[in-house]
Design a protein around this ligand. Structure first.
Ligand code: M6R
Length: 339
């Protein structure tokens, strides 16, 4: 965020060359792969809460071959740590050839994606060496949040909550550190429950579903434990059949508007014998749950950033307990430059 907030203003001068095109955008597509795609889903949801125009996240590998409507009034935002992912590069070329305005959210300076995009905003997360995206992801979420606020402002939709947003953004590093200091020993202990698991399920609603998807990806890619993410409300439409005695379910309930609904879904899994690790806010009642991590008081739309730190450590310790090579998981490359 350094240099992106001045006083009470979010400053993204990188967007200046395409201000006119942002103004005329009548829909927004967020396009990326893997973890960066999950950050796109976050972008989709945050922007949808700010402006009354459609915002949709699409995996780049689907976009490049799919029938998605794109024209000169489409704003396409491409997110990539490396800026070299083959599917994402093919997707931006396709979007540009259809006349869309393009923004790259990238980490690597001067990477291919940034050279193709009409405008680039850098995540500035520093060099990320381990294959698993960690600080790149939290930096993507943070920058995408700023970007969504800025796009809304440019499009003429101001929010009454602006001052509170700036206050919490300025507190984000302290709250993240506080989470690490308080929660790390607990996460260490809870991760040991995963050591011999074959299957773990992550659930959440709304923005918590973003955490569920990325938590499951992080766990599977570095610990090789099979992990799936489900919308909590979708459980009863099929996935609950997988829940047996002692199945581990990692549940996120940080969004006050739907937390009680998620808690009801969790109870349905408990009734089938599930063991729950619950990540929730300060206020959601959690009686009866043994393994609970409460995130510090924060705006619900920023909670994903704090939740990420928790599930990244959970995956890290689970992988470490299983003797996995955390920095270089099998079958994966840091940058996927082939289709
Ligand atoms: O460099 P990119 O952000 O474009 O990479 C996209 C994905 O390949 C990447 O996020 C991948 O999913 C990570 N290994 C996840 O930790």
């Amino acid at each position: 965020m350094r240099g992106r907030i001045e006083g009470k203003s979010i400053v993204l001068p990188e967007l200046d060359p395409i201000l006119g095109r942002i103004l005329r955008a009548d829909h927004v597509l967020w396009i990326a792969c893997g973890t960066a795609y999950h950050a796109c889903v976050y972008g989709q949801m945050v922007l949808n809460s700010l402006v009354p125009i459609n915002s949709t996240a699409i995996p780049a590998s689907e976009f490049r071959y799919g029938n998605y409507y794109v024209d000169k009034n489409t704003l396409c935002i491409f997110v990539s740590q490396s800026g070299e992912t083959a599917d994402t590069l093919a997707a931006i070329k396709r979007a540009k050839s259809s006349g869309a305005a393009t923004i790259a959210v990238a980490n690597v300076l001067g990477s291919s994606l940034t050279r193709i995009a009409d405008a680039t905003v850098y995540t500035c997360a520093g060099l990320e060496i381990a294959v698993a995206s960690t600080k790149a992801y939290t930096a993507q979420l943070t920058l995408i949040y700023l970007l969504a606020q800025k796009l809304a402002e440019i499009m003429g939709y101001s929010t009454r909550e602006h001052d509170e947003i700036i206050t919490y953004l300025n507190e984000l590093d302290r709250l993240t550190q506080e989470t690490i200091d308080i929660a790390k020993p607990v996460i260490r202990e809870y991760a040991s429950m995963l050591k011999n698991e074959h299957d773990v399920y992550f659930i959440g609603r709304q923005l918590d579903y973003v955490s569920a998807m990325e938590g499951a990806l992080k766990l599977k890619e570095i610990s090789y434990i099979h992990a799936d993410a489900y919308y909590a409300g979708e459980l009863k439409h099929g996935p609950i059949a997988l829940i047996q005695d002692q199945t581990v379910v990692i549940a996120f309930a940080t969004q006050p508007e739907v937390a009680s609904k998620t808690i009801s879904n969790i109870k349905e899994t408990v009734a089938r014998g599930a063991k729950i690790i619950l990540i929730t806010d300060q206020n959601t009642p959690a009686e009866g749950f043994t393994y609970v991590i409460r995130i510090p008081e924060i705006r619900p739309d920023l909670a994903c950033i704090i939740s990420a730190v928790i599930f990244q450590f959970l995956a890290y310790y689970a992988a470490s307990d299983r003797g996995c090579d955390i920095d270089k998981p099998r079958n994966l490359a840091k940058s996927v430059t082939v289709e």
